[in-house]
Design a protein. Structure first.
Length: 484
């Protein structure tokens, strides 16, 4: 091989290496565009896409774990006005959302409508006891009766004779049925319903639930705008029970099962919860590994349940300034307008709650790891792969001179009935499918791009160095370069 041949070969190698490296660089935006188009296609809610198959599937188990509060000193509370001493017992676990969505209908405006059948199956192996375990808890019927009169307390000047009559009527109903402030009920009765002696009808924290329908809902498919994927179309939702003040507080958002693809860590996520008739925001906390999949963990920030003084957005849920101490109470939402019953929502054990909530009862121990709400969302697709929605249901009682069982009560008390952890995580089979269908393809494409760049740069650098060496080598006429 002559020197000229070697130089030509090195020049060719240098050019070829540069072209390969440039090709690898060009493939990066092309590959990203391919990934983006693939993700957009697979995350649209339409037949045949990964998003639709996941959205309609009931293979991923969703559980509701209940912890009930057992009153240790009911007689002291009624007879002496003592603070309730509570002991938490649980979990009592039920599988929910095991029935597929029904009446799935695609509409002309890029939306899909559906209803969610409700059902709960007790899981003994995941529970500390049976559904027949007995608890001492606040008498739901009495609490409802009391609260309808508390907002119009006789001591308030605008109530007058109507408030007094309300208290007298409540006292008569309570005494006629031999009811008291607390009652003994089984787990099954308290959760799913029992015939109340005072009302003469069924009553329960979640009554009715089994064999009922949640909805209808209408969500955007994302086909016209991927950023609207799974957004709830509130104009089509059955929210007639929400008054105009509450509706003002609801934003365009998803149901929390999925969000738009290619999430930005700086962007808060909003999702709608039918349990509380409101939108909830979650903020990025950190990146975690879930069965080999990198996901973004989002947490419910303290300001989500802050008092309206600190977070004006929550003014919508301060419907009774008397009960919320002029809307300064943090960590509590009044759901009376939403649920049609005097129910107050908080995080478990009044996490992020005001001191007055904690001082009303004895035995609560808020813990961030156990009582906070989080979502683990895959950032490329926007799919929620794991979540824990933890909420506490509370009711209220307070002093009254006209209601006998409240004569000794000293102050209004937000009383915790129970708290629930609704949770789900993708199973191993779904995780493997997710990694194979999406992550493996992306890693293969990314590896191919990087491989081209590395090979091209190595070829370019080695040939260029060789060319420089050859060209700078002193000319020696006595020798010629021969390769044997």
């Amino acid at each position: 091989m002559t020197c000229c041949d070697l130089k030509c070969g090195l020049i060719t190698g240098t050019v070829l290496g540069a072209l390969i490296a440039v090709l690898g660089g060009i493939l990066i935006p092309v590959g990203n565009m391919f990934i983006e188009n693939t993700v957009h296609h697979e995350t649209v809610l339409e037949n045949g896409t990964l998003a639709f198959d996941t959205w309609t599937s009931v293979d991923i188990a969703i559980y509701r774990q209940f912890w009930l509060f057992d009153v240790q000193n009911p007689d002291d509370v009624v007879g002496q006005g003592a603070k309730p001493v509570l002991v938490q017992k649980g979990p009592y676990t039920y599988r929910t959302r095991f029935i597929p969505k029904k009446n799935i209908t695609f509409n002309d405006n890029y939306t899909v409508s559906f209803v969610l059948p409700a059902g709960a199956i007790f899981e003994p192996s995941m529970s500390v006891g049976t559904e027949e375990d007995i608890f001492t808890s606040l008498n739901l019927a009495v609490a409802v009766c009391i609260l309808t009169t508390i907002s119009c307390h006789p001591s308030l000047p605008f109530c007058g004779v109507y408030g007094l009559l309300g208290h007298k009527l409540a006292n008569w109903l309570i005494q006629r049925s031999n009811s008291t402030l607390f009652q003994n009920r089984t787990v099954k009765e308290l959760l799913w319903g029992y015939k109340d002696p005072m009302l003469g009808s069924m009553l329960g924290v979640f009554y009715p639930y089994n064999d009922t329908i949640d909805g209808p809902y209408t969500v955007f498919t994302g086909k016209d705008d991927i950023n609207k994927i799974s957004d709830v179309n509130l104009n089509k939702c059955n929210i007639s029970h929400i008054n105009h003040i509450i509706q003002f507080c609801i934003h365009m958002l998803t149901d929390g099962s999925s969000f738009h693809p290619f999430l930005d860590k700086k962007e808060p996520l909003y999702f709608f919860s039918s349990d509380i008739c409101r939108s909830i925001s979650a903020k990025f906390d950190r990146t975690v590994d879930l069965k080999g999949i990198s996901v973004y963990r989002y947490l419910l920030p303290p300001e989500a349940l802050a008092s309206p003084v600190e977070n004006p957005d929550n003014q919508c849920y301060c419907t009774d300034p008397v009960l919320t101490k002029n809307c300064t109470t943090a960590g509590l939402l009044d759901l009376t307008a939403c649920r049609g019953a005097p129910v107050f929502l908080s995080l478990p054990h009044f996490l992020y709650g005001s001191n007055d909530l904690h001082q009303g009862v004895i035995g609560l121990n808020p813990n961030f790891d156990e009582h906070s709400i989080f979502l683990d969302v895959e950032p490329i697709t926007g799919f929620t792969l794991r979540f824990a929605k933890r909420l506490q249901l509370n009711m209220l009682y307070g002093p009254s001179d006209s209601i006998l069982i409240l004569n000794k009560i000293k102050d209004y008390t937000i009383f915790p009935i129970l708290w629930v952890n609704e949770t789900a995580v993708l199973d191993d089979e779904t995780a493997d499918m997710f990694k194979k269908e999406l992550i493996a393809r992306m890693e293969l494409l990314e590896g191919f791009q990087i491989g081209l760049i590395v090979v091209g740069l190595i070829l370019f650098a080695s040939c260029l160095i060789g060319l420089i060496v050859v060209c700078t080598k002193p000319n020696n006429n006595k020798f010629s370069l021969v390769v044997k």
